[in-house]
Write a protein that binds this ligand. Structure first.
Ligand code: SAM
Length: 359
């Protein structure tokens, strides 16, 4: 197995390719990428199977930014004749000697064309799963700790077959988290912060890190989609923006709206827990300001967006993050950092930074 199949947002194939080349090379894994613009996936082919297997085992999937899912391809591109799509999958899976598969995911690229395969993917899953069980490839009961088999449909006639491991993959179908838009929220941006909470903060820590009564500051808050997520969790929010905030949020009594510059606002006391920021600004400028908040102890955790309208988006993110981390290190801050191109993000990535030594 020398190839990785990587899922990303359509239009971000170059970022996905740059990221895998960069991160694999840290493990002495070298190879090349095959990609098509706007296809929402990339194939990385390594020159050496063994070093690729080590990288695939050891590299922490959560460190990827633009890569939403990864699996090791177990066979060349499969041809699936309409008369019998199951037989070629069984043959390839048997040939690959995969061990006991615990879960099957029939998936497709997140493109307009790819999404037309969703019905086929759903309908094909049950009979394929039964056939895999009868052939002894898959365990009789779904087992969340056993390897996952991915059949990635390119069309009704062609698919890639890959395997991933639950301890180091995305647990999500197609690598994406679908969320229902809450009708009361003032903007669709609300889904970005909700997804960030789910992606970055384990459920068992929500009581501690997303607790009722916490104080939060929202920079670039209008019309209030992010503030809505904080208010929903019974926090008190200072919303900073020159624009208008949704009246429904103001009426909760939990929001103070200040029409001041988000880059100049300073909290009166050091009792703010969350700083969130969705200002449309230069990514370096935003990161510098957030670093200042963390270093000065004005907040304990922050979730912020880095907007990426430019061409070299992977390099920009790396550059901004390197400077950001250097600032924190120089100030002797112990921190946790997560960065992800979330499903609800567009030309931006979302960052979580947490001061892990509570003052
Ligand atoms: N997060 C918001 C939501 O969920 O509804 C959407 C924020 S919108 C993408 C960006 C906001 O940043 C705009 O409302 C804009 O007025 C604000 N903004 C841009 N520069 C700012 C600054 N220097 N200070 C305060 N707000 C700023």
């Amino acid at each position: 197995m020398k190839q990785l199949l990587l899922y990303c947002r359509a239009g971000f194939e170059k970022e996905c390719a740059a990221e895998i080349q960069d991160k694999a090379s840290l493990y002495q894994v070298f190879g090349f990428c095959k990609l098509t613009a706007n296809s929402a996936y990339v194939i990385f082919e390594a020159y050496d199977a063994e070093t690729l297997a080590n990288f695939y085992r050891d590299y922490d999937f959560n460190q990827f930014i633009f890569i939403r899912q990864w699996c090791l391809l177990v066979a060349p591109l499969l041809e699936l004749p309409g008369a019998d799509r199951i037989a070629p999958v069984l043959e390839a899976a048997l040939g690959a000697e995969l061990g006991s598969i615990g879960e099957l995911r029939v998936e497709f690229a997140q493109t307009n064309e790819g999404k037309t395969l969703s019905t086929l993917a759903r309908k094909f899953t049950v009979p394929l799963r039964q056939a895999l069980r009868q052939a002894g490839i898959m365990l009789q009961k779904e087992q969340k700790r056993a390897p996952v088999l991915h059949l990635f449909l390119l069309s009704g006639q062609q698919a890639y077959l890959g395997v991933s491991y639950p301890e180091n993959n995305s647990p999500l179908e197609n690598g994406i988290l679908r969320l229902k838009f809450p009708n009361e929220a003032p903007s669709r941006s609300t889904l970005k912060l909700e997804e960030a909470f789910i992606e970055f903060i384990p459920r068992h820590e929500w009581d501690k890190r997303l607790a009722p009564g916490m104080l939060a500051v929202d920079l670039g808050a209008c019309p209030g989609g992010w503030t809505y997520q904080l208010v929903k969790r019974s926090m008190m929010v200072t919303a900073i923006d020159n624009g208008p905030m949704a009246e429904s949020l103001m009426q909760t009594g939990q929001v103070k709206h200040l029409m001041v510059d988000g880059f100049k606002y300073e909290p009166q006391k050091k009792n703010v827990y969350w700083l969130v920021c969705d200002m449309i600004e230069q990514p370096q400028r935003v990161a510098d300001r957030i670093a200042e908040w963390i270093i000065k102890g004005w907040c304990q955790e922050s979730i912020f967006n880095l907007k990426l309208p430019m061409k070299r988006r992977y390099e920009t993110v790396q550059d901004v993050l390197e400077k950001f981390e250097n600032k924190l290190l120089q100030a002797d801050i112990k921190y946790q950092l997560r960065v992800k191109h979330l499903y609800h993000d567009r030309e931006e990535v979302t960052v979580l930074v947490r001061n892990v030594v509570m003052r």
